[in-house]
Design a protein around this ligand. Sequence first.
Ligand SMILES: NC(=O)c1ccc[n+]([C@@H]2O[C@H](COP(=O)([O-])OP(=O)(O)OC[C@H]3O[C@@H](n4cnc5c(N)ncnc54)[C@H](O)[C@@H]3O)[C@@H](O)[C@H]2O)c1
Length: 281
Amino acid sequence: MPSQDHSLTGQVAIVTGGGGGIGRAIALAFAAAGADIVIADIIPQRCDEAAASIRALGRDVLAVPTDAADPAQIRALVAQADRQFGRIDILVNNVGGVSGRPFLEQSERSWRRHIDLNLVSMFAATSAAVPTIIRGGRGGAVVNVSSIEASRAAPNYAVYAACKAGMNNFTRTMALELAVHGIRVNAIAPDYTLTPGLHGNVTGPVDPSTWRPPSPEQQQATRRRIPLGRGGIDTECGKAALFLASPMSSYVTGAVLPVDGGSWASSGWIRNEAGQWTLGG
Ligand SMILES: NC(=O)c1ccc[n+]([C@@H]2O[C@H](COP(=O)([O-])OP(=O)(O)OC[C@H]3O[C@@H](n4cnc5c(N)ncnc54)[C@H](O)[C@@H]3O)[C@@H](O)[C@H]2O)c1
């Protein structure tokens, strides 16, 4: 495979939530592939830290504290990016979030917040950024960060799962609507991936020293449930998103790529104590 197929040289990518976790890993993977990066993260220190890491890779960056769930803020950032770089080629809709409890115990405020974070942020950034990508006339790519929970039942996470299922179908529909402009629209669907959010590090700078390592019981449960036997690493999402944003996937659109160690495929099969596959334990 020629190496230029991985290259994003000369391109500009917007990553929502690009200051931490999966979004940061995607931003750094794209920067390493030659793209200049626009970070839309709500936490100012994370904008600064991600910007420094991107500059260290030799790329230009615009990092502005932005609430991606606020369409006005995203529109302002896209306009600023357009002025600074004169182009936008790639949009990554990564912002999302979840809190777990049975649906009937979830407040209206909570389910509306889930919809804002997981769906409105995607609609707002797509609506703001894609017209600029179209105007460039060079085609482009949208990568949405979905979840395995989009395609299976998720007790205690009903609204999150419904939002991510909506994201998957928005991905497919936009793939059709934007094909005429040469813009490909795809999603990655991670399962359990080690990120600040997963460790409750959701404010302030990313601080791995506050993260508690999984207990032996949690590690054993992960080994039984996930075919590859471990949780995912944020950089693995970065690589999958780079594939979908780059010419490596030039004939891929409307796809949802599991980045889940095989857990979606296993669909109810788990390993028993002896390490043998069994349905339901
Ligand atoms: N980590 C997992 O196990 C996992 C699994 C499946 C799907 N996902 C999805 O991956 C995406 C990223 O998750 P993560 O685990 O990296 O999260 P994270 O909490 O570790 O990082 C999210 C980043 O987004 C920023 N952010 C939060 N709200 C924002 C807002 N309104 N506007 C702008 N920035 C905002 C945060 O400051 C943070 O830097 C989410 O869509 C999530 O649903 C994560």
